[in-house]
Every structure is written in C-alpha cells, then in structure tokens.
Write a protein that binds this ligand. Structure first.
Ligand SMILES: O=C(O)CCC(=O)C(=O)O
Length: 345
C-alpha cells in the first residue's frame, strides 16, 4: 500500500472487483429531439420512454439534449486548468463549514474518504439554506479562483444551459407520472441546485479505494457529464451487480434522486452508484445536482397516493436534510448519515 492513507480503504465488501467491468448495454439511451417538435404524441412517447427508464434503472443517458457542445467544452477546460494548479493555489478557495462552496479534497462518502478533489458552485446566488443546527438561515455565495480567469463565466454559462435541460426533464418526468407538465416546477423557484467539478487523480490502489463511494443522490435529479475515461458504476436493480456506464460522446447521464423517489411514492427509485478509479488515467466529471428550495417539505405527491397505494413517507424538510448531509461531508461521523429511510412510514 506504500504511502496511501488508510482513510481511503474501502471495506472488503465495497471494493470494486479487480478486472471486472460489466458494461451497461441496458441503460437506456434516450433521444430528446422530440422536445423540438410541437407534436403531443411525440412528447407522450418520449415521456413513456423516460418513465420506463426511471422505473427499471433509475438511470438513463440522453442525446440531442440541446446543450451546446461549446458550453460543455468550456467548463471542461476550466476544470482541467483549475485542478492542474498546485494545491496551495486551489486551497485559496477552499470550502469549509461556514462557506460550503469552492475547493475540497477530503470528502467522505459513508465515512470513507473519496479519491477525488472537487470544486462546488451554487447555481442560484445567493442560495439560502438552513444552518446545520437549524437555528438560522445562511446565504451561500460562490468563491471564484483568480486562475483560470474564465472559471466564473464558464460555470455560469453551463448552469444556464443545464437549467433548461433540467426543467425539460422534470416536465417529462411529471408527464410520465400522469401529472400536469409543470406540476413539479414550483418546487425549484428558490432552488438549492449546485454544480460540482470532480477530479479523480490516478490512484495507486484502484482495487482498494473508490473515487466516490457507493451512495444515492439526495436531491431531485442529477445531470452528469463524464469524460471518455469512464468509471461510473450503477447498481443494477434486477440483480445488484455493479454496471459500468460506458461513456457516450456528448451524452448526459441522468439519474433520479431521493426526492423523486419520495414524490413518486417509490414508483421511481433512486439507485446506488459509485466511481471506480484507475492507476493510469485521471478522470473528470461534472454533476449538476438539481435540488428544490430549502423550505420544501418533501412528501409523496397527493395525486399519487390513495387507499391502495398509501403514502410511504412522512414529510421531511429538504433544508434540514441538506444541511445535516453537508455537515457530515466534513467529518467522519460515528452515526449513520441522514437517509430518506429515516422518514419511512
Ligand atoms: O463522477 C461520476 O461519474 C459520478 C459522480 C458522483 O456520483 C457524485 O459526484 O456524486
């Protein structure tokens, strides 16, 4: 193991199996071009396709999504330039418990350290959240590094494009659940969405560590750009096998998070995923975590609950959930991280 900090070592049962890569032929690849047409039938077919993907996989990839390639290339470039800087430079914009935006290289998932560095950017400025003790509100703003100078414009332009895609997907998901197209939009008026730039350096112990440990996304929807190296693995619902999501050029990977699981009363489920690292290549990815306002009380939507299908969750405050989660990112905790199963009826 040489010099490797034991904080990175995964328990035996959570380590990637050496040499095993099952590729996800089954994860649906969905063409979003019907969004351009005014045909109601085309939209309905698309919504059904998305609903099936959400139900069977919790994950899908989209092409012809309308996000200009230049916006993606620009943010990818600034991300590479930023992470190539010396650590002292990057630490000038470190995030901490007071300001949870910026650079960070010691994140833990399920109490094991991730083999990665991140830079977090909040999308709505300021983003209002609860403080971890739930006593007062906090305003989050972004920290921008001096270098690369285009970091801010690249992130802001990318965020604007992601917003359009996120609302399109949200509306398709609402339609797929038999709801009005804009049923979920209001929850995102004062959103707590953030963009994360992920950098996974080559790892001397790729069979013992993970770039991101197994987890489910707590928010509503995640839109991920991954580079050509690959490493994202999704836990297949049918048999629990870890399946590698093969990079598809210019596609985005979408997954439903815990909030959609609760809103849909578990028709759609948030699925565990993790990131494998490798000993030769560095890898970059950019998730856009589409999250509602901090004051959202998350509970199954009344239209989807009835006597045969009673509500599976008690209402919970997204703001409190988020701040409790954010706190645990800084520390190895003795107790289990907050999870939606704590709110199960
Ligand atoms: O890098 C990836 O492919 C996924 C990243 C991820 O799951 C996360 O940042 O939460």
């Amino acid at each position: 193991m040489g010099e490797v900090d034991p904080a990175f070592i995964q328990a035996l049962e959570h380590r990637p199996k050496p040499g095993q890569t099952i590729e996800a032929k089954g994860i649906p690849l969905i063409d979003l071009s019907p969004l351009e047409s005014n045909s109601r039938t085309a939209l309905e077919i698309l919504a059904t396709e998305i609903g099936d993907a959400c139900e069977n996989w919790g994950f899908f990839q989209v092409i012809n999504h309308g996000v200009p390639l230049e916006a993606r290339q620009k943010i990818d470039l600034v991300s590479r330039e930023f992470f190539a800087l010396p650590k002292e430079e990057k630490r000038k914009v470190s995030r901490d418990e007071v300001n949870p935006t910026g650079y960070y290289d010691t994140e833990h998932t399920k109490n094991v350290r991730d083999w990665k560095e991140v830079f977090d950017v909040t999308v709505q400025v300021p983003t209002v959240i609860h403080d971890p003790d739930d006593k007062e509100m906090k305003e989050m703003i972004n920290q921008w590094p001096g270098n690369p100078p285009e970091m801010r414009s690249a992130c802001e332009e990318y965020a604007a494009e992601m917003q359009k895609l996120a609302f399109n997907l949200l509306e398709l998901i609402a339609l797929s659940l038999g709801l009005k197209k804009d049923r979920l939009n209001g929850f995102f008026k004062d959103q707590t969405t953030f963009i994360r730039l992920n950098y996974y350096p080559p790892c001397p112990i790729p069979d013992l560590a993970l770039g991101v440990g197994r987890h489910k996304d707590a928010g509503a929807l995640t839109i991920l750009a991954q580079d050509e190296v690959g490493g994202l693995q999704v836990k297949r619902k049918t048999d629990g096998e870890w399946i590698l999501v093969k990079p598809t050029p210019d596609a985005y990977i979408i997954n439903v998070g815990d909030i959609i699981q609760v809103w849909s009363n578990e028709k759609y489920q948030s699925v565990e995923h993790r990131v494998k690292v490798n000993s030769e290549k560095e890898r970059f990815s950019i998730p856009f975590f589409f999250n509602p306002a901090f004051y959202t009380m998350v509970e199954p939507l009344e239209e989807l609950v009835n006597e045969q299908n009673p509500s599976k969750y008690k209402p919970y405050s997204w703001g409190k959930f988020l701040s409790t989660r954010k706190l645990s990112n800084y520390k190895k905790l003795d107790v289990e991280n907050i999870q939606i199963h704590h709110f199960k009826n």
